[in-house]
Design a protein around this ligand. Structure first.
Ligand SMILES: *[C@@H]1O[C@H](CO)[C@@H](O)[C@H](O)[C@H]1NC(C)=O
Ligand SMILES: *[C@@H]1O[C@H](CO)[C@@H](O)[C@H](O)[C@H]1NC(C)=O
Ligand SMILES: *[C@@H]1O[C@H](CO)[C@@H](O)[C@H](O)[C@H]1NC(C)=O
Ligand SMILES: *[C@@H]1O[C@H](CO)[C@@H](O)[C@H](O)[C@H]1NC(C)=O
Ligand SMILES: *[C@@H]1O[C@H](CO)[C@@H](O)[C@H](O)[C@H]1NC(C)=O
Ligand SMILES: *[C@@H]1O[C@H](CO)[C@@H](O)[C@H](O)[C@H]1NC(C)=O
Ligand SMILES: *[C@@H]1O[C@H](CO)[C@@H](O)[C@H](O)[C@H]1NC(C)=O
Ligand SMILES: *[C@@H]1O[C@H](CO)[C@@H](O)[C@H](O)[C@H]1NC(C)=O
Length: 457
């Protein structure tokens, strides 16, 4: 073998090794901060270190976090807020300024490696923002170039709702209203810049909305006898996660971009939730996350992209108590806010299942059949409760009629009681169209009958 060929091979090998370390299979952690009881950034970073995480994702450019991460070996994904996308898309000066004040003070000592322009833009902003997304990504990339920053990949995170159809995976396609106007230019940008399609993937959601037809073990990576064969591609699936990810690969291929890699920007399983949320428990959360880690570490890739490393972030570091929506939203943490682990986890995937302490058995893997009421949460701020009560009473039909003075449910005449009545009455009417028992944390579900006055849905 000629010396030249040898060096060529050697450098290809080196290149591959450096690629592999840059995009290691070991999952990172999403460090969300939507809690009013979370530790300070410095403490949180030591918790992240104690979990041995090598990569974290934050949802902003928090200066304390980015400063604390200086001269550590932890890679970071930062985020440009949704609200800035429209302005940045038309203003290069603004884009430059944003990079100057949010990246330059920390880079390169802080290993910023990914910059996500917005969070689930298609799912969470009015469609007037959508057309600005890719132009904003281009401007941000241009600014980075101006400042000679090459190591930061620019992307944006998408949820599965960017797809119109996802099953079978080979039949998947992006939604018609965004495919040509938003997704195609985005894919062109990602392909040209060697970036990733950042995808949030939660098998919990499709499973919990159809637990009869989808096998729980298939969603938790523990199905040994459940396989689904895609008739279009003949690929065989052994878990729901692969099926969801491959749907996006196929959809990208359909638009002419078969080479773009996927980065799992979020995945996870809730460790708790509301009474009526099936399968949200510590057992399933630990099982999902541990099996996910083993899967990506031991057998990289998916049926459509075997062997291709799938870099990822687990969601999330903490249970975050001020996230709105159903209870599961506030229960995705690996840790409680006090820093204690909800269950043991080893991000390297090397700890055998038998060495973890026994998990509490799952108690809600079947649909909850009892009654549930939505009442005011103990210890709630009474002023805030009064405001929520007024709001609830203006919603729906005759929501608060029985608690008017002189009516059958007026007594006891307290804000706490009236709010409990109003929350239950509100929830009864709006549950079917996605209304939640939350009210900024002022409301909570109970399975104990609070009063004869509160009727059930
Ligand atoms: C966007 O620009 C407009 C006009 O300059 C300004 O009024 C608005 O406050 C800006 N929006 C944000 C979120 O900075
Ligand atoms: C662009 O952004 C810069 C910096 O924020 C601002 O001074 C300027 O007015 C903006 N230009 C336009 C046309 O909005
Ligand atoms: C945004 O939504 C409105 C109402 O559904 C629709 O009329 C409009 O065409 C949409 N705009 C874009 C850019 O998709
Ligand atoms: C995507 O990028 C690759 C590598 O740079 C290139 O060979 C390919 O032509 C690009 N694909 C499209 C559809 O632009
Ligand atoms: C898989 O195997 C288990 C245990 O043998 C059995 O209980 C279960 O019904 C099987 N599931 C399917 C879908 O065949
Ligand atoms: C931390 O919080 C959890 C959940 O509230 C609780 O079970 C646990 O005892 C707490 N641990 C410590 C050390 O306070
Ligand atoms: C209680 O809620 C009111 C209204 O939302 C707020 O202004 C006030 O600061 C809150 N008090 C406390 C102690 O949190
Ligand atoms: C209120 O009543 C109207 C008329 O009967 C009905 O169309 C509407 O859906 C009701 N609203 C709710 C929240 O149930």
């Amino acid at each position: 073998m000629s010396l030249f060929l040898f060096f060529l091979l050697f450098s290809i090998l080196l290149n591959n090794i450096s690629n592999i370390s840059a995009y290691s299979s070991q999952p990172g952690i999403c460090y969300g901060q939507l809690g009013n009881n979370l530790p300070k950034p410095s403490k949180s970073i030591s918790l992240i270190k104690s979990l041995n995480a090598k990569r974290i994702k934050i949802y902003d450019t928090n200066p304390q976090i980015l400063t604390t991460l200086k001269n550590t070996n932890i890679q970071v994904s930062i985020m440009l807020p949704n609200e800035l996308i429209t302005n940045i898309s038309t203003n290069q000066t603004l884009s430059d300024q944003w990079i100057k004040s949010n990246v330059l003070p920390y880079y390169p000592q802080t290993l910023i490696r990914y910059l996500l322009v917005g969070n689930e833009i298609i799912s969470s902003t009015p469609n007037s923002t959508w057309l600005h997304l890719v132009p904003a990504m281009r401007r941000i990339k241009h600014s980075l170039k101006k400042f000679r920053i090459k190591k930061i990949k620019v992307g944006t995170s998408s949820a599965m709702d960017v797809l119109e159809t996802s099953f079978p995976p080979s039949n998947a396609a992006f939604r018609k209203d965004i495919a040509i106007q938003v997704i195609k230019p985005m894919l062109r940008f990602l392909n040209r810049t060697g970036s990733f399609f950042f995808l949030d993937v939660y098998p919990f959601f499709p499973w919990s909305s159809d637990p009869v037809n989808i096998n729980l073990d298939y969603a938790l990576f523990r199905a040994s006898n459940v396989t689904i064969k895609d008739p279009g591609s003949s690929l065989v699936y052994t878990n729901l996660f692969d099926q969801m990810v491959d749907a996006v690969y196929f959809a990208m291929e359909k638009l002419g971009f078969p080479d773009i890699r996927i980065f799992i920007a979020e995945t996870g399983w809730p460790n708790g939730g509301d009474f009526d949320q099936i399968g949200a428990n510590v057992f399933n959360a630990a099982t999902y996350n541990r099996n996910f880690i083993k899967k990506v570490m031991e057998k990289p890739g998916t049926p459509a992209r075997p062997g291709l490393i799938l870099p990822s972030f687990l969601f999330a570091l903490f249970n975050e108590n001020i996230k709105p929506g159903p209870g599961t939203e506030r229960h995705f943490g690996l840790l409680y806010p006090n820093g204690t682990r909800v269950y043991d986890i080893d991000l390297s995937g090397k700890t055998p299942e038998s060495e973890f302490p026994t998990l509490p058995p799952p108690e809600n893997n079947e649909q909850y059949k009892g009654k549930i009421w939505c009442v005011a949460a103990r210890g709630s701020n009474v002023t805030a409760l009064g405001e929520a009560l007024s709001y609830a009473c203006t919603q729906g039909n005759r929501t608060c009629e029985p608690i008017q003075p002189g009516k059958e449910c007026f007594k006891p005449d307290s804000v706490f009681w009236h709010a409990s009545y109003a929350f239950s009455s509100y929830w009864t009417q709006f549950k079917k169209i996605g209304g939640t028992c939350y009210f900024n944390g002022l409301a909570t579900q109970t399975a104990k009958d609070p009063s004869k006055c509160i009727f059930l849905y």
